[in-house]
Every structure is written in structure tokens, then in C-alpha cells.
Design a protein. Structure first.
Length: 609
């Protein structure tokens, strides 16, 4: 058994029991009363009559509660030191963002126009600055190196600004260097791995993607400039997402407009008649479909409270492991910045989750916040058992999200899926391969369960997130979502069940279910009614992705038969089409290498003839 010892006299098993959660909530309220009586009274008043809370008052309340919840969770799990260390990492980066906004963008770029900045010798300015800020005269060409240089610049500028008359000369040099670094091609190239001197660019709706025209083999085509290319080798994760510095850059770029009631990222951009605005491309700018408290998240994260920020996310989006980076961006489309690049909100959300998961017992903290969340003023606790039993058909994003909410509403949930679902280790899931309930252990380090996407076993859980979405998204998050559900006694799931075949509506109702929720359909390929639509060489994109993922064809050791010949023509431009194009290119080289390896082995054994 692992060594988790919860404080406040609670046992680990109580975190999965409603009675234990009620006790935990009382401990938090007492913790709050001991630290801030006025805030405690605000929370109690709000819980007594949530309908009386206006949006601004609710936002202020949860933002004020977040640091206290972070302290409480740190003590509950005995990780106060690690939480403070994470806060310190945020604090160490803070000068970057204040100097970027107040000095680089609002002062240097406004004082020194582009023609003047172009005449500066950036290398000479940097050599002058280096001894003043305690940095190298040259900028290392690594992310960590350039960020370290920029932090020294920001810290020095912050100190100089405290006494401008005494530091007029170094401040002038800093202003000229900032203007050069932001406004010239050489400056941008020198800091291309950094953050401090990157200004938001204006949006040109006719040229959103920086493509160039080229000709190859007599065919004229568009392609990204070479510096935008990303190497793709096999089926490993292609984009790990923003690091902490990058996510905080976006959180600080946000103007936290919930204070003015203009957080359109969450609630949409609205016309005078109350309807949602549309973009230049006719896309409805309705904001986050979940009405997630995005501005509040960014504000709390920028202050260094990652656990508090994750709790804010979990109020409206408890299964945020299935969203965020590379999944959805409706919030970005409706961001208040419509004439310049929007805040990259999904990066902030995903980074916040990753920062918490990286803590000792981070998964257990995230898991707890999906069941008990004091920042959810209306319902901090799950409802009592209702006695209702619901059958969910399909364990994709719709099915597993619905299962979570139904359980928090007090219902029992059984879920079936047509795919075979591979069992997880019972010591972590609490369920054996035969479906028997056993005690499970707390997980200190969730990354110990991660697998490389190129070698990962398809577990059958997740629907389209398992077989449709490609390596642009880390599918290890599916294991996290599954554990959130599978550990709960009000949930059971069964793979290899075809609804309409193995099970019917009548047989489900005969088993005692009160409701059936149909959450299947994304896996059904759309057969387009066109001549020769199923001729040899023509394949539906969703069918191709399913075959690639579910048969294991992408793995070197697999003997699955999936043949692709170039050139491949993909018709369509949505996410499925993009995934199909990128995966066909990636799979082609894997396929050729597998074929060559097997040929060489056979030729060595039996002769080339």
C-alpha cells in the first residue's frame, strides 16, 4: 500500500464516499473560518441563497476562495512544501509578464517607432546590457537559455524603474533593445524561443495561415514556410503543449474581463438584439459551450495558484482532461481580442491540469475536485443516491461525460461499448478483469501509468477520442478519465456489447434500467452517396483512422494489413480530413520500413529469389 496519510483525520476511502465528502466539506469551511472570517461568511451566505448571487459577486467569491482551497488541499495531502515550490516557480516568472506589458509593449514600442528601431545595432545593445543585468552577451539558442536571459532583463528593468532618475541610462538602453527585439526581423529571430519580446500580431482574416506557393513535379501547391515545419517520426505525441512560462504568458495576456462582465470567451460575443455575433467566416461566436469560468481561471493561475485554478475549471468542466489543448477552441474564437491573436485559453487549461498532476498525489487531488468542489457554490457535493439506474450506450466523450454527471446526480450508471475494453491494473482501478470490486490504492505519480503513443495498447475506452483523434492529443488522458469513473461504486462498464445485437432496448429494460442514454454514432462512417464511392482505392476517412488505430497497424511489430499508396487525395478540410492527411503521410513511411524489414529477414532466411 502506498504511503498517503490524509490530514484532518480522514481516510482515503472516505474521499469516495458521500458521507466522507460531507465531513471533508465541513473541515474546509472550518479551515476558512479560522483564516478569513469575512470570506467564510460570504461563502455561507452564498450557499444559503445561490440565486441571489450576481455573476460579478460569484466570480469575486471563487477567486478569493481559490488560494484558501489550495492551502487546504496542500495540507490535506501533506504536500504543502511541493505546493509552495510550484507557487514559487510562478512567482519567479512574474517579472516577465509585468515588464512585457507595462515596459516593452506600452513604453518601448510606443516611444521608438519601427524605422528608428531598424537602425539600432541589437548586438551592440545586448553587449552593453549584459553586464548590467548579469547575463551573457549572446543569447543561448534554447528555450531555457533565452527565458533565463529574458528573466534577468525583466528583473533588472523592474529594479531600475523603482528609481528612474538614477537609472536613466540603463533604462534607455533597455528601451532601445526592446524596440529592436520586437520590431525587427533580427530581433525576433534572436528571441524566437522566448516570450518577453513577442507582441501579439494583428489578424488578417484573408491570410490566417502563413503559406507560400511552390511547385513540385509540375504541380503548384501551398506549403508552410520551412521554419514552421515540425518533424514527424512515427506515431509519438507531436505537440506536448505549452510549458509553464508559455501558459502564464497567455494567462497574463488575458485582460480578465469578467470584472467588466465582458468575458465573451465564456459566454459569447452578443449583438444588440441579444443574438450571437458571427465571424467573417460565418462561425457563430457563442463562446465556451460549458460556460467555463475562463477569465477567473486565467487570473488565479497568473497569481500562482494552480490547484485553485484547476478547481475553477472543474466547476463547469470536471472532465477537463478530455478537453483543452488541441481539442476545442470555441473560447478563442469568441475572445475579446478580435482584431489581434486571441488568448490561447486551451493551453492555460491543459497546463494547469498538468501542473497539478505533476504534484505528489496530483491525480487524487484532481479526482477529488470532480466529486467535491467548494468553488461550485450551487452544488459542492454529489447528491444522495436516487435509486435510478441509467444505461449509457457508447463510451466516447459524450458517454463518459454523461456518466460522470449522472453519478454526481445520485444515479447508478452502467455503460456498454462495442469495442473490447482492456482491463486496467485492479490496484489502481478497483475492478478486476472479471468485473469484481477490490480495494484500490492512491496514485502518487500518475505518469508511472503513461505509455508512449507509438507503442500504446488500444484499451477500447474513449470512443472517437481513442480511435479517431490522432497523436495531436495525448491519449494517456483517457486513462485518467477512465479512473475517475471506474473507481466509483455507482459505475460499471462492459465492452464488446453491440446495442441492437447483444443487447436490445427490451432486454435492457428487462434488466431493470430506468433510462437508456444513446451516446453512440461518431464511430459510424458517413457513406457519401456518390458513384464509385466505395470503389477499390476509395475509403471513408473515419474508416481509415479506425483501421489505423484499432488494428495496431501503426506499430512496427504489428502484422495488420493496411496498405497505403501515394499519392493520397483527401477530400474535405475539417479535423477528420486533417488527421487523415497527416496520419497517411506518417503511416506510409512506417509501412515501407515494416515491409523492407520483413523482406530482409525472409531474404536472409530463404534467399532473395
Amino acid at each position: 500500500m502506498t504511503d498517503l496519510a490524509l490530514q484532518y483525520g480522514l481516510a482515503f476511502a472516505e474521499l469516495y464516499d458521500r458521507g466522507g465528502l460531507i465531513r471533508l466539506d465541513r473541515e474546509f469551511v472550518a479551515h476558512l473560518a479560522a483564516g478569513d472570517v469575512a470570506l467564510h461568511d460570504r461563502l455561507v451566505t452564498a450557499r444559503a441563497d445561490p440565486a441571489a448571487l450576481d455573476k460579478k459577486a460569484e466570480s469575486d467569491l471563487i477567486v478569493d476562495l481559490a488560494p484558501h482551497l489550495e492551502d487546504f488541499l496542500g495540507r490535506l495531502f501533506g504536500i504543502e512544501t511541493e505546493v509552495r515550490e510550484l507557487q514559487a516557480r510562478h512567482e519567479a516568472l512574474a517579472p516577465l509578464y509585468s515588464v512585457k506589458r507595462l515596459f516593452v509593449q506600452r513604453r518601448a514600442v510606443r516611444e521608438v517607432k519601427e524605422p528608428e528601431a531598424a537602425a539600432f545595432d541589437g548586438d551592440a545593445l545586448r553587449r552593453t546590457l549584459a553586464p548590467l543585468i548579469g547575463a551573457l552577451a549572446e543569447i543561448p539558442d534554447t528555450r531555457a537559455g533565452v527565458l533565463a536571459w529574458e528573466r534577468r532583463y525583466a528583473e533588472a528593468v523592474s529594479a531600475w524603474l523603482a528609481d528612474e532618475p538614477a537609472n536613466a541610462a540603463p533604462l534607455r538602453t533597455a528601451i532601445e533593445y526592446a524596440a529592436w527585439a520586437v520590431q525587427t526581423a533580427e530581433g525576433r529571430a534572436a528571441h524566437h524561443r522566448g516570450l518577453l519580446f513577442k507582441a501579439p500580431h494583428r489578424l488578417d482574416m484573408e491570410h490566417l495561415v502563413p503559406v507560400e506557393t511552390t511547385e513540385r513535379g509540375g504541380v503548384t501547391m501551398l506549403r508552410l514556410p520551412e521554419h514552421e515545419w515540425r518533424a514527424r517520426q512515427g506515431f509519438a505525441l507531436t505537440d506536448a503543449g505549452a510549458d509553464l512560462a508559455g501558459a502564464l504568458d497567455q494567462a497574463n495576456y488575458c485582460i480578465w474581463c469578467h470584472n467588466q462582465g465582458k468575458d465573451s470567451c465564456a459566454h459569447g460575443l452578443v449583438e444588440k438584439d441579444g443574438s450571437f455575433k458571427k465571424s467573417q467566416f460565418g462561425v457563430t461566436l457563442a463562446g465556451c459551450p460549458l460556460d467555463e469560468k475562463i477569465s477567473e481561471l486565467n487570473l488565479v493561475k497568473s497569481r500562482g495558484y494552480s490547484l485553485g485554478a484547476l478547481a475553477i475549471v472543474a466547476v463547469d468542466n470536471p472532465l477537463c482532461a478530455a478537453t483543452g489543448h488541441r481539442i476545442c477552441n470555441d473560447c478563442m474564437k469568441a475572445c475579446i481580442y478580435q482584431k489581434q491573436e486571441p488568448v490561447d485559453i486551451p493551453q492555460v487549461e491543459t497546463r494547469t491540469l498538468k501542473d497539478v498532476l505533476a504534484l505528489p498525489w496530483g491525480f487524487e487531488i484532481y479526482s477529488l475536485l470532480t466529486r467535491w468542489n467548494p468553488l461550485d457554490i450551487r452544488r459542492p457535493l454529489p447528491k444522495p443516491a436516487s435509486g435510478y439506474k441509467v444505461l449509457i450506450v457508447g463510451l466516447g466523450p459524450a458517454g463518459f461525460t454523461l456518466a460522470h454527471h449522472l453519478m454526481n446526480d445520485g444515479h447508478f450508471v452502467a455503460a456498454v461499448d462495442g469495442l473490447k475494453i482492456e482491463p486496467l491494473p485492479p490496484e489502481f482501478s478497483g475492478v478486476t478483469a472479471l468485473g469484481e470490486r477490490v480495494p484500490f490504492e492512491p496514485i502518487r505519480d500518475i505518469t508511472s501509468l503513461n505509455e508512449g503513443l507509438g507503442a500504446r495498447v488500444m484499451a477500447g475506452f474513449g470512443g472517437v477520442a481513442e480511435y479517431g483523434i490522432t497523436v495531436r492529443w495525448n491519449k494517456n488522458f483517457l486513462k485518467i478519465i477512465r479512473l475517475l469513473l471506474e473507481r466509483r461504486v455507482a459505475f460499471s462498464m462492459y465492452g464488446g456489447v453491440r446495442f441492437g445485437g447483444t443487447m436490445t432496448i427490451d432486454s435492457a429494460m428487462a434488466l431493470g434500467f430506468d433510462h437508456i442514454a444513446m451516446c453512440a454514432g461518431a464511430g459510424r462512417p458517413t457513406v457519401i452517396p456518390m458513384t464509385n464511392g466505395l470503389a477499390p482505392g476509395v475509403r471513408q476517412a473515419s474508416d481509415f483512422l479506425m483501421a489505423l488505430q484499432l488494428t495496431g497497424a501503426a506499430k512496427t511489430e504489428s502484422i495488420a494489413n493496411l496498405t497505403v499508396r501515394l499519392p493520397v487525395v483527401v477530400i474535405g478540410g475539417g479535423l477528420t480530413a486533417i488527421d487523415t492527411a497527416t496520419e497517411a503521410l506518417a503511416y506510409y513511411s512506417v509501412q515501407v520500413e515494416k515491409f523492407l524489414l520483413r523482406y530482409e529477414i525472409l531474404a536472409a532466411e530463404r534467399g532473395a529469389a
